[in-house]
Design a protein around this ligand. Structure first.
Ligand SMILES: [Zn+2]
Length: 303
C-alpha cells in the first residue's frame, strides 16, 4: 500500500537513522519484553490548569523543590514502545501535527531507532486526549500507523464517540471531544476493544485507572516477577501528583476520582515493586516510585 504518508516518510526517514542523540528516551529490559520510552516532544500549558484552587503555600514549596514554575508548565510526552517477539507495540500515538508546535515528534524519535510508522503492529491507547490520540492521523487525515491494529478500552471509545459528549464535557474540553470523535471514526475499521482486566497481548494486562478520563487505562507489562506499568496520565506529573496524590487536579476530568486512582496506584507500585513509565514524567518517564515520610517521589531510571 502506497499513500502520501509513505512517500513523505520514505524521503524523510533516512537522514534520521543513527541520529540517536535526538531520542530523549530510555530502555528497560523486562524478561522477554524490551521497553523503550520514545519522545513526542512536550506540551506548553498554563499552570492554572493544574494548580488553581490548591493551597498556595504548600503548593509553592512542592513546586520550588521540583524546580517547576507556577505560571507555565512544559511536561514532556513519553510514548512507550514495546518490542515483543514479532510485535512492535506503541502505547498511544502522540499529538500529531495539529495540536501544539512543541509536540508531535514521535515519528522522528522512532526514526532514530530505525523504526518507521508502518513497522508498528499495534497501537494501544491509554485514553483519547489530543496528546495521546491525535497522532493517529497525518496532515492529510490518513492513518499514520496504517498496518497496526488499534486497541482502546470499550468505555473510552463509547464516551468519546457518543454524540452527546461534546455538549456535556464543558466548554474547556469541547474541542477535545470533537477532535477525538473525528479521529476515532477515521480508524474505526482498525480498532478492537478491551475491558478492565483483559490480557490485551501476551504479558500485557489492562487496568482501568479512571478519573483523568472516564475510560483511562494503564497497562501492566509482566514477565514472571518483573513488571512495569504504562501509566498514561493516571500519575500525571512528578511534583504535585507524587507529593500530594490526594489533591484534586484540574487536569483530570473527574478530579476526585482521579485523586482516588492516583493514591491507589502509587501505593500499589511501591508495595508490588512495579516500575513505572509515565507519559508526562521527566527524564524519559521511566523509573520507580519511592515512599517518602509524607507521600511519594519519582526516581527516574539511571539516577
Ligand atoms: Zn497527556
Amino acid at each position: 500500500m502506497v499513500n502520501r504518508r509513505n512517500l513523505l516518510c520514505g524521503m524523510g526517514a533516512l537522514p534520521l537513522l543513527g541520529a540517536r542523540s535526538l531520542w530523549a528516551g530510555t530502555t528497560h529490559q523486562l524478561g522477554r519484553h524490551e521497553i523503550y520510552s520514545v519522545s513526542d516532544g512536550n506540551l506548553v500549558l498554563p499552570g492554572s490548569l493544574f494548580f488553581d484552587g490548591l493551597p498556595e503555600e504548600e503548593l509553592g514549596s512542592i513546586l520550588a523543590s521540583a524546580g517547576v514554575a507556577r505560571d507555565q508548565v512544559t511536561p514532556p510526552c513519553n510514548l512507550t514502545l514495546l518490542k515483543q517477539e514479532d510485535r512492535l507495540v506503541l502505547f498511544d500515538a502522540g499529538a500529531g501535527p495539529a495540536f501544539m508546535p512543541s509536540a508531535g515528534t514521535v515519528l522522528d524519535s522512532l526514526g532514530t531507532l530505525g523504526i518507521a510508522a508502518e513497522d508498528i503492529t499495534h497501537v494501544i491507547f491509554t485514553h483519547a486526549h489530543p496528546d495521546h490520540l491525535w497522532g493517529i492521523l497525518d496532515d492529510f487525515d490518513e492513518p499514520v500507523f496504517y498496518q497496526a491494529e488499534h486497541m482502546i478500552a470499550e468505555t473510552e471509545w463509547r464516551y468519546w464517540t457518543d454524540p452527546n459528549t461534546v455538549d456535556s464535557i464543558g466548554a474547556q474540553r469541547a474541542s477535545f471531544a470533537v477532535g477525538a470523535a473525528r479521529r476515532l471514526q477515521a480508524v474505526a475499521d482498525q480498532m478492537t476493544f478491551f475491558k478492565d482486566g483483559d490480557e490485551v497481548l501476551s504479558g500485557v494486562r489492562a487496568h482501568q485507572t479512571p478519573g483523568h478520563t472516564p475510560g483511562h487505562t494503564s497497562f501492566e507489562i509482566r514477565d514472571g516477577g518483573q513488571a512495569l506499568l504504562v501509566g498514561g496520565d493516571a500519575i500525571g506529573n512528578h511534583h504535585v501528583a507524587f507529593a500530594r496524590p490526594d489533591w484534586a487536579s484540574g487536569a483530570d476530568q473527574d478530579p476526585d476520582l482521579g485523586a482516588q486512582t492516583r493514591t491507589r496506584l502509587l501505593d500499589q507500585l511501591v508495595t508490588d515493586d512495579i516500575a513505572l513509565l509515565g507519559f508526562h514524567l521527566p527524564d524519559g518517564g521511566l523509573g520507580r516510585v519511592e515512599r517518602t515520610d509524607t507521600a511519594y517521589r519519582f526516581i527516574p531510571e539511571g539516577t
